[in-house]
Design a protein around this ligand. Structure first.
Ligand code: GLU
Length: 289
């Protein structure tokens, strides 16, 4: 069987230096692309304007150059694409699939009437109990999408008329092969997710799905911690009539205590290793590549 030339992407947020975990994600995406004669792309996920900085945007590109894996095209920047996310939100609003939500995290926990430990967690935290979905709505629904409030996807309504959803997993040993997502799984395990945050006018889930399609990504490589988020993305692809890529969920790089490396682990920034004389081959070897 002829092997498809895969288009992959590395999609960091420029909120701090890249660490070994990012290097592993980028090298994995690059490897999957190169092994199939395909393309490795970069996307700068900078919708969180409060936390993103141009200096980190530049540092990401410098680190990829240093690792020897510069992207095959100029990066896509999410901050340039807010109007595109807005158009999609308008469409979903007109279909009646979004509703405004004024709950904060404390409201959600209070409505769940349970200590945090007992709350079922979805990819974005506690599964939303639907408080604002049940609020009385004005008889006349505003024609225009409200832009000053968070908007949630009415998950039950979104799933109406959609059959079972499917995607192919190419790496994760527990999910390898064809995965079927049932509507019940999404309603119970995920709840009504936020598609437009009040402060951003979009959300990670919406932007990622629109941009993976725009960049023609055929295999999404990402950490295994995002497996539940992938289910949401497959639903959004069906709703928005976008293609579903294959997914390659890779292992996470952890520190000696077994904790996932976070961006605040500055000591493990690639630039720190580089300044101490490490080579890209050292990095690959440490990552077991
Ligand atoms: N910006 C996300 C991250 O760094 C992208 C991951 C993804 O959607 O695959 O975790």
């Amino acid at each position: 069987m002829a092997c498809r030339a895969e288009v992959t992407r590395f999609a960091p947020s420029p909120t701090g230096p890249l660490h070994l975990g990012h290097a592993f994600a980028a090298l994995t995406a690059h490897h999957v692309a190169r092994a199939s004669g395909g393309q490795f792309l970069l996307r700068i996920e900078d919708i969180d304007r409060a936390r993103c900085r141009p200096v980190w945007d530049q540092a990401i590109r410098d680190d990829l150059d240093w690792l020897g894996i510069p992207p095959d095209a100029p990066p896509l920047r999410q901050s340039d694409r807010l109007h595109i996310y807005g158009e999609t939100l308008d469409r979903l609003w007109q279909l009646g699939l979004l509703y405004p939500c004024t709950c904060n995290r404390r409201d959600i926990l209070a409505a769940l009437d349970a200590p945090q430990e007992g709350v079922s967690l979805g990819p974005d935290g506690p599964v939303y109990p639907g408080t604002c979905r049940h609020r009385p709505r004005p008889a006349q629904r505003p024609v225009k999408r409200p832009v000053d409030q968070a908007l949630r996807l009415d998950m039950r309504a979104a799933l109406t008329g959609l059959g079972p959803l499917a995607f192919t997993e190419t790496a994760h040993p527990d999910h390898f092969g064809q995965n079927i997502i049932t509507p019940a799984q999404l309603v119970d395990a995920t709840g009504d997710i936020v598609l437009a945050r009040r402060d951003m006018g979009t959300s990670y889930h919406l932007a990622v799905v629109i941009d993976d399609a725009a960049q023609g990504i055929t295999t999404v490589t990402r950490g295994a911690d995002l497996f539940d988020a992938t289910r949401i993305h497959v639903l959004l692809q069906a709703l928005l009539h976008l293609p579903t890529p294959a997914y390659h969920h890779h292992r996470l790089i952890r520190d000696d205590a077994g904790r996932r490396l976070a961006k605040r682990d500055d000591a493990r920034a690639l630039s720190t290793y580089r300044a101490a004389g490490a080579t890209p081959d050292d990095i690959r070897a440490w990552l077991g590549l």
